[in-house]
Write a protein that binds this ligand. Structure first.
Ligand SMILES: [Zn+2]
Length: 343
């Protein structure tokens, strides 16, 4: 088997190792593709990653070997990297906060005991059988590559408390931002507005159902919102860009009693001021990861072709082209946001 290994900042190598064999509770998956995400770019820039399995975590593939004790996964099954249901034994689970299960979070970030020693930029990987989720028959492998990011977006919608008829602003039209915009519409938003510096991304957001798009949180967006909402503002703002600037600009758009959700934020918002929310008694919420139920619901929408993911796919590249893909940087090209790495 072959897998990508970060060696130093902005440098990776493709290494060779014996084909993996599953231990108790594991499956071996032959990778079909692995999406390149924002956290992968950060890891490549840094030359290090918090957990090896986190570098390339949006993978799909086919089960090719099953370890002892595994009864619900079988050879030949098409699967996507996801999470198990809550574990029932971690501290949050023990007090009934199963939605905050620590084991589930560890699975997402590659810190669970059965995770692989590398990520999904590989020909094969191993994983805890409980966290590999079968792909519904009607969903192609190519589309299934967007199940994991779609679950991240679905979780953000759930965290927001979005109600039908709400006016929604999504700051950032990367993969998760575009999917959040689509899901907000499906969840009953009356208006969805996208904000991204890229005109091409704004066009894509509108193609996927956004009512309007702006290149920044400029005066014209404030005017648009004021006109559209009789001066009330946005009921829900999703900040899908990992910068303090994006969050700060989003804060200015939230209505009195509204909500801003920070989606998948990293550690780069140290100096965030939420003063703008105080006089409006607005909520600031964090959306972190996703649940098995989020995965189930996005697959149900994709199966019916109601959540359209294909327009988000830019191109596929081979494992040997991964270094070049990072060097090019998807954000510098005007096309759709998601690049898939195939084995
Ligand atoms: Zn738990």
């Amino acid at each position: 088997m072959r897998f990508a290994h970060l060696t130093e900042p902005r440098q990776l190598q493709i290494e060779t190792a014996p084909d993996p064999t599953p231990t108790e509770g594991q499956v071996v998956v032959e990778i079909d593709s692995c999406g390149v995400g924002g956290s992968d770019r950060q890891a490549w820039e840094a030359g290090a990653v918090s957990a090896p399995a986190w570098f390339g975590h949006e993978w799909t593939g086919r089960v090719v070997a099953v370890g002892g004790g595994v009864t619900n996964r079988f050879e030949g099954q098409r699967v996507v990297a996801g999470v198990s249901s809550s574990c029932g034994v971690c501290a949050p689970c023990r007090v009934g906060r199963t939605q905050n299960c620590r084991t589930v979070l560890e699975q997402i970030v590659g810190l669970d005991p059965l995770s692989a020693t590398h990520g999904g930029f590989a020909t094969h990987t191993v994983a805890d059988a409980r966290r590999v989720v079968p792909i519904l028959d009607a969903i192609s492998f190519r589309d299934a590559a967007l199940i994991e990011p779609a679950a991240v977006a679905a979780h953000a919608i759930a965290r927001s408390g979005l109600r039908f008829g709400d006016v929604v602003v999504v700051v950032g039209s990367g993969t998760v931002g575009l999917l959040t915009s689509e899901l907000a519409r499906l969840a009953g938003a009356a208006r969805v507005v996208s904000v991204d510096t890229s005109a091409a991304r704004n066009e894509l957001a509108c193609d996927l159902g956004a009512d309007a798009a702006f290149t920044s949180v400029e005066e014209s967006l404030h005017h648009w919102l004021a006109d559209t909402t009789n001066g009330v503002g946005a009921d829900v703002v999703f900040a899908c860009v990992d910068t303090a600037e994006a969050l700060t600009s989003g804060l200015s758009l939230v209505s009195s009693g509204g909500t801003i959700v920070a989606v998948g934020v990293g550690d780069r918002i140290d100096n965030l001021s939420i003063t703008a929310l105080l006089s409006r008694e607005a909520d600031f919420r964090i959306s972190l990861g996703y649940s098995a139920d989020d995965l189930r619901r996005v697959q149900a929408l994709m199966e019916q072709d109601r959540l359209r993911v294909r327009p988000l796919l830019q191109k596929s590249a081979g494992l040997d082209e991964l270094q070049t893909v990072f060097e090019m940087g998807a954000r510098k090209t005007p096309g759709p946001p998601k690049v898939l790495i195939t084995r």
